[in-house]
Ligand binder design. Structure first.
Ligand code: ADP
Ligand code: MG
Length: 496
């Protein structure tokens, strides 16, 4: 064995990968120590997934070397990577929902006694192993009943019980709540203590800083740097490595004309979640809605869009007054809703192929054969260019794209549907800094084109960045209206 390599469990050297039209990885080096938590960060399309797909045997590199304990290995398939102790947890989980946790954990390797499956032992083993990471998950539970976070844990435990040395997680927190993310990271720490190395891709830089032993940064397929824990200062430092230009803070035009009211709520109530809410949305404005979790912001959007039926009050669209709107009617009136949970509520991403999804939108909203297939394809491709969608082709699986790009598909869908009032609920949640900047620009562009946006976000800075006017909500009520460029402190004052 070559002594110089013994520091690393795994070493990737000069990894190169070209896709048609993209140099996805340009001679990238990456290494991993035993028992470390190593974060891999970078903007959408920077090559993180590609690098990890190569390491987990799912993708062939064009050039480069991979060494394990100093010896070159050939990871020609996911199976051969597994044989070398490397397992990747994919974004789409690969569990059987109708089977129990225990069955999923030991699928294909059930303990046996006298030729029969030893069920008692199976559940014992499952409980024991799950205990190390979570007290609440039991071996006898059906996987389908677990939350996404819990399912991820089952998958990770399954990998670890297979004597895996390296667990790779690609954006494991993208669809998790903050609390679930905390739980997952606690689990990652426990697994690390058993000597397993963890590579994780995440956009949550605060957590990255908190739990990582090292951080590797990619940008446009190029290695920008690898920082030891002691070298990591703060988020800004990482952001500056990730991006070339910071999204500009002043996106708003001063001299903009605000049009007539396009939507109004009058004493709108929904159960005890919305209390006599009065707001007006003007044409061509971005109305930011600030507030803490539970303030009723999501309920407000869902009630306007017709997901929930108001228990009292009215919604006025244009000149017409409605006691309630159904979703179809809302869509007909030109209202679009981008839910907080892109995946769960699956406006779009439930279906597997990006163009299918956009086509589905076209079919639904432009019925009557207004657009032919070729025209649809052109529209989709044009939209992709306009939104700077990073996908190999519009035929790629939407689920295989990063969060930022998935969000762009959702936006594209509503743009194609020619909505004039767009309700956005945490549109930048779980997406990286660069893509966030692009979304802000898009939101401003929508307003410039005369569309009206209600922008809900928990990140007060971004509300400040995009909004022409800000409403602060607390416990189902509007507590304050603030002008453009109000400070985060002002918003906070009325939110708590
Ligand atoms: P990240 O995970 O950092 O968001 P990826 O590794 O997924 O980035 O993508 C890196 C680049 O390679 C992007 O430009 C992406 O569009 C491109 N790419 C990724 N996979 C494919 C593929 N299967 N075919 C064509 N291009 C791809
Ligand atoms: Mg990726």
């Amino acid at each position: 064995m070559n002594m110089e390599n013994t520091e690393f469990l795994l070493e990737m050297r000069g990894i190169d990968k070209v896709f048609p039209g993209t140099h996805a990885l340009d001679h990238v080096d990456f290494n991993l120590r035993k028992g470390e938590i190593h974060a891999l960060i970078g903007q959408n399309g920077s090559g993180k997934s590609t690098l990890m797909n190569i390491l987990s045997g799912g993708l062939r590199m064009d050039a480069g070397q991979i060494l394990r304990n100093g010896q070159e290995v050939n990871l020609r398939s996911p199976l051969s990577a597994l044989e070398h102790g490397i397992a990747m947890i994919h974004q789409e989980l690969k569990l059987f929902p109708e089977l129990t946790v225990a069955e999923n954990l030991y699928f294909g390797r059930f303990p046996r006694k006298g030729g029969f499956i030893d069920w008692e032992r199976l559940y014992e083993m499952a409980d024991e192993n799950m205990q190390t990471v979570s007290r609440s998950i039991r071996g006898r539970q059906r996987v389908g009943e677990l939350s996404v976070a819990e399912q991820q844990m089952v998958e990770i435990v399954r990998a670890v019980t297979k004597n895996t040395e390296v667990v790779i997680m690609d954006e494991p927190t993208a669809s998790l709540t903050d609390e679930e993310t905390q739980t997952l990271f606690r689990m990652v720490q426990k697994i690390k203590e058993t000597g397993v190395s963890i590579i994780f891709i995440s956009h949550r830089l605060d957590e990255v800083i908190r739990i990582s032993d090292r951080v590797t940064v990619l940008r446009d397929g190029v290695l920008i740097g690898c920082l030891e824990k002691a070298e990591i200062r703060d988020k800004d430092q990482l952001v500056n490595m990730m991006i070339r230009v910071r999204p500009s803070a002043t996106l708003k035009e001063d001299d903009k004309e605000i049009g007539p009211v396009v939507l109004k709520t009058q004493n709108l109530c929904y159960k005890n979640r919305l209390k006599n809410l009065n707001l007006s949305l003007y044409q061509g404005e971005v109305l930011g809605i600030a507030g803490l979790v539970g303030a009723g912001r999501t309920e407000l959007l869902k009630t306007i869009f017709g997901v929930y039926t108001p228990t009292d009050g009215e919604i006025v669209v244009g000149e017409k007054v409605y006691r309630k709107l159904g979703i179809r009617q809302a869509v007909k009136l030109g209202i679009a809703y981008m839910p907080e949970d892109r995946k769960g509520e699956g406006l779009l991403l439930k279906m597997s192929v990006a163009d299918n999804e956009i086509y589905a939108g076209l079919e639904f909203y432009c019925r009557g054969g207004l657009l032919n297939t070729k025209r649809q394809r052109q529209t989709v491709e044009e939209m992709g260019r306009q939104l700077r969608l990073k996908a190999g082709s519009v035929r790629d699986q939407a689920g295989s794209l990063s969060g930022g790009n998935q969000q762009k598909i959702v936006i594209a869908k509503w743009l194609i549907a020619q909505s004039s009032i767009i309700l956005m609920d945490e549109p930048t949640r779980g997406i990286d800094v660069g893509a966030k900047g692009e979304i802000y620009n898009l939101v401003r562009q929508l307003a410039r084109e005369g569309k009206s946006v209600i922008f809900v976000s928990s990140e007060l800075e971004e509300i400040q960045t995009v909004s022409d006017r800000i409403l602060v909500m607390r416990e189902g009520e509007i507590t304050k209206e603030l002008p453009m460029n109000s400070t985060v402190e002002e918003m906070m004052r009325y939110a708590v």
